[in-house]
Design a protein around this ligand. Structure first.
Ligand SMILES: [Fe+2]
Ligand SMILES: [Fe+2]
Length: 379
């Protein structure tokens, strides 16, 4: 057969599948790598699980290299007149080159935002994950953040905008955790009732919830003072979500474990860290508030130790000794951060040291309970 004459324009090539594949992969890389490296530091600083960061870096590296190689291969195999394919492959190449730089910047800010000691308060957990109340930035109704005079006494006028914003962010984080602690202690009160605890223990749990209401209000007021606007929580709907049904031995073991980790260790560490923060702050109003907080946290840590004793008196010795294993969890990560100790903020290294100290106390408590189990009557 003869070719048609005159010859028409050359057929438009089908854009190479490789180029389209490279483009799609580059979209995942361009957005996924920075997002992952921004989010993972929050998880790492909270859990101390460095492996998560290693995994995130390796996955990011694989994504970047695959996108790069695929784009180069696509460019090499494209037909000379496949302009669309060339454009897709070049875009994929650019994304693969930019993604590591963006990822590094996102990771840096992720660590900066994740820094700042540990919050004061006992987290409310749902299926093991902490839940916090949402916050409104546009709420004109002052309720939780209304100042009883304490926050107004904190000197903020001489501070730069950056410092004020950072202090507002950290106090808001505390406020949300303290707010969640109200629900934690309310739940502890119900758990103690269900476990047949003596009235004094129930009353102390209930009073601790009221302490946390006070702590949360002051923290919202202080955060609002630094922010220069009202930071109000929205309804904390998760506080009322039902708990899964548990058998009595499971409830007792959970009570003991949570009280040991979050009360004896967590609130115990807050006592040490808050006292140190009070010593270092230059603001006398904040120093006095931090000392009062430390006294309340000491009371909560002591309540937690008594809940552990109460539960241990009703649990098999093997279960009690197993509690010590939960003290081997990784410590929160020490990260470089802006030093705000003169403004009442303890550093993550101070909090780290405080946790080491309170863990030793928790371990001694468990060992004493294993050696000499408390009688159910004494508890
Ligand atoms: Fe608190
Ligand atoms: Fe507390």
């Amino acid at each position: 057969m003869n070719a048609p004459w005159p010859p028409g324009p050359p057929p438009t090539p089908k854009t190479s599948r490789l180029a389209i594949g490279a483009l799609l992969l580059s979209i995942a890389t361009f957005f996924g790598v920075p997002l992952m490296l921004f989010v993972v530091p929050n998880f790492v600083t909270a859990s101390g699980a460095w492996e998560a960061l290693v995994v995130a870096v390796v996955v990011s590296g694989v994504l970047v290299v695959s996108t790069f190689v695929l784009a180069i291969v696509a460019l090499a195999r494209l037909q000379p007149n496949d302009n669309a394919g060339k454009l897709w492959a070049i875009l994929a190449l650019v994304a693969a080159i930019l993604a590591p730089a963006l990822g590094a910047v996102a990771g840096f800010f992720g660590f900066i935002l994740a820094a700042g000691g540990g919050p004061h308060g006992r987290p409310l957990r749902r299926r093991g994950a902490p839940v916090l109340p949402p916050v409104s930035l546009e709420n004109s109704r002052r309720s939780w953040s209304s100042d009883d005079g304490l926050a107004a006494g904190i000197v903020v006028e001489a501070l730069g905008r950056d410092v004020r914003d950072e202090l507002a962010r950290r106090w808001l984080e505390d406020a949300r955790t303290e707010h969640a602690s109200v629900a934690t202690f309310a739940k502890l009160t119900l758990d103690l009732l269900a476990a047949g605890a003596p009235p004094l223990l129930v009353a102390r749990a209930s009073e601790s919830a009221a302490d946390e209401v006070h702590h949360a209000r002051i923290a919202y007021a202080i955060a609002s003072r630094y922010a220069g606007r009202d930071l109000e929580p929205l309804p904390f709907v998760d506080a009322a979500s039902p708990s899964p049904l548990e058998a009595a031995p499971e409830r007792l073991e959970r009570l003991a474990r949570e009280s040991l980790i979050e009360g004896v260790v967590g609130e115990g560490a807050c006592v040490v860290a808050l006292s140190r923060a009070a010593d270092l702050t230059l603001d006398p109003v904040l120093a006095a508030h931090l000392r009062r907080l430390a006294i309340d946290e000491a009371r909560h840590a002591e309540l937690a130790a008594d809940v552990v004793r109460f539960a241990a008196a009703r649990l098999p010795a093997a279960t009690t000794s197993r509690l010590a294993e939960s003290l081997n969890d990784r410590l929160p990560l020490v990260v470089a951060e802006v030093d705000l100790t003169s403004h009442g903020r303890y550093t993550s290294s101070d909090f780290h040291a405080a946790i080491v100290e309170s863990r030793a106390m928790a371990r001694a408590l468990v060992e004493s309970l294993v050696v000499e189990p408390p009688s159910t009557r004494a508890a």
